[in-house]
Design a binder for this molecule. Structure first.
Ligand SMILES: [Fe+2]
Ligand SMILES: [Fe+2]
Length: 159
């Protein structure tokens, strides 16, 4: 299986990219509020897009292939996305009112995301790569590009 067209490689890279944006936000929020806000907005949009990709394309494909949905790993991942979305909104509210005092919400979000991403990277993504063909993955990558921006841009993350 070639590395570049695996779900694992692409989605892990997106997790890493989002982690970096969040780190930039945390590092700059008390010294350069404008740059910190920019990094946070890019993080929020990017994470919401990532969640839309997973819930609308990846998870349904995996559920169809394995026959597992209710009570299975994608069910758990969807529930965790809702918790992640709540923390994202809590931090967003503080960023919007230029209040850098969001350390606690940030810790909660990092805890949720860390555990969530690890489960996806260790279990779910490799399993998706196992049960799909290269063509099916190509279709996923194509469909990811065609999801309209307003599905994740600035929205609440509650899909
Ligand atoms: Fe996820
Ligand atoms: Fe993910």
């Amino acid at each position: 299986m070639s590395e570049q067209n695996t779900i694992s490689a692409y989605y892990e890279q997106d997790h890493d990219r989002l982690d970096e944006l969040f780190k930039t936000f945390q590092q700059l929020k008390r010294s350069d509020a404008a740059k910190a806000k920019e990094a946070f907005e890019a993080f929020k949009d990017g994470l919401q897009r990532h969640i839309v990709w997973e819930e609308e394309l990846l998870f349904p494909l995996w559920e169809e292939k394995t026959g597992m949905s209710e009570g299975g790993p994608t069910f758990v991942m969807r529930k965790e996305h809702r918790l992640i979305g709540q923390q994202l909104e809590a931090i967003h509210d503080k960023v919007a009112e230029q209040n850098p005092d969001s350390d606690q919400e940030e810790q909660v979000l990092l805890g949720l995301l860390g555990a969530h991403n690890m489960k996806e990277e260790r279990v779910l993504y490799p399993s998706i790569d196992q049960v799909t063909s290269a063509e099916e993955r190509e279709t996923v990558f194509r469909e990811m590009k065609s999801i309209p921006e307003d599905r994740y841009h600035g929205c609440s993350g509650q899909h």
